[in-house]
Design a protein around this ligand. Structure first.
Ligand code: TXA
Ligand code: MG
Length: 329
């Protein structure tokens, strides 16, 4: 394949990106959560190219990105509670799993043959501009090789996928920093993946609790319904230990959180702000991984991470950290 182009987030850059997408190629685009690897959601070959570039197990369905609620209604059936969530949280880091419209025109690879589809309206102005230029739905998982840390900068995308995709639109760091919250709306509202919108905010909007099927629940299904549910995911090269109040060995890279971690190598949020910590999470995991490789020549240091409170965006952060620390399979 030809080398991956880095495109600026200018009208010319976006016009070229839209042209590449129309030609069935894969282009990494910024969203407010993480960079996504976009392709035409109606084109089987284009979508297959996403799986090939990421080396992703193809039973995983992808999120379809559209420009607004009206575009979402063309591909998915929106029950009243989905409309309520969309009205409050779109555009933004919320993905709704909805019954697919019979004439949605999506590649069956996008839905992995399911009769539901995951839909999201991204808030990032560059993603919005690209959707407008392209004029159709874009399938986009995170723009990283399968199983590795999600990219929050165009440099991360290039580090993982250079030479495997047509282009990346460079638009600086992602502001949210963790993937979208996924809620299954095909039945009673059910949280499939914690993410950029806090569970508490969703429950406040709907006026009731959401069902949850978290991977570490005893009740979790044996077969994951979201790849985020695969135990080892988002994994750095170095081993990861959680709930660390301090370094355990001299070679450890300490990833702190809050004021108690003054001696940490990196701090997700020195003031203990969970929104800031989410925004920094994947970038600091990338940095800690690079530091861990440098610590010992030959041996890899481990990454030790301070405890993060299990509230608000802390749920999404802990979910990603548990997977980064899970035994590799
Ligand atoms: O923030 C995000 O959501 C990012 C940016 C790029 O938008 N995208 C992202 O996509 O994280 P991806 O492909 O890495 O995650 C898609 C998740 C998977 O866990 C997948 O299983 C779930 O959405 N999903 C997609 N379609 C589904 C469906 N029909 N039923 C259940 N889960 C579905
Ligand atoms: Mg991903």
């Amino acid at each position: 394949m030809t080398p991956t182009q880095t495109l600026p987030a200018t009208p010319q850059g976006l016009a070229l990106a839209a042209h590449l997408l129309r030609a069935g190629l894969q282009v990494a685009m910024p969203t407010e959560t993480v960079y996504g690897l976009a392709a035409d959601a109606r084109n089987d070959r284009a979508v297959a190219g996403i799986f090939a570039a990421k080396d992703r197990p193809s039973f995983n369905p992808l999120i379809v990105h559209v420009s607004d609620i009206a575009a979402a209604r063309k591909i998915a059936v929106m029950p009243p509670e989905a409309e309520a969530l969309a009205a409050q949280f779109w555009p933004g880091p919320l993905t709704l799993v909805l019954p697919i419209q019979p004439d949605a025109g999506l590649s069956a690879l996008v839905t992995a043959g399911l009769d539901s589809v995951a839909v999201r309206v991204p808030a990032h102005p560059v993603a919005q501009a690209l959707l407008a230029q392209f004029g159709g739905p874009l399938a986009a998982p995170s723009a990283n090789p399968s199983g590795q840390i999600s990219p929050t900068r165009s440099e991360h995308v290039l580090a993982g996928l250079s030479g495997r995709i047509a282009a990346v639109i460079a638009a600086g760091p992602c502001t949210v920093g963790v993937e979208s919250t996924i809620v299954d709306m095909t039945g009673p509202a059910r949280l499939l993946r914690p993410g950029g919108i806090a569970l508490e905010a969703l429950e406040a909007c709907l006026g009731h609790a959401l069902l949850t099927a978290m991977p570490f629940d005893d009740a979790a299904p044996a077969r994951p319904t979201a790849p985020g549910q695969l135990a080892s995911h988002y994994a750095p090269g170095a081993a990861v230990r959680l709930e660390a109040q301090a370094r355990q060995g001299a070679g450890d890279i300490w990833l702190g959180f809050g004021t108690e971690c003054a001696g940490a190598d990196l701090n997700l949020s020195p003031t203990g702000d969970l929104v800031e910590a989410a925004a920094n999470l994947f970038d600091m995991l990338h940095q800690a991984d690079a530091l861990a490789q440098r610590t010992h020549t030959g041996t890899l240091g481990q990454i030790v991470v301070a405890p993060i409170p299990e509230i608000g965006l802390g749920r999404a952060i802990n979910d990603r950290l548990r997977r980064a620390a899970a035994p590799r399979g």
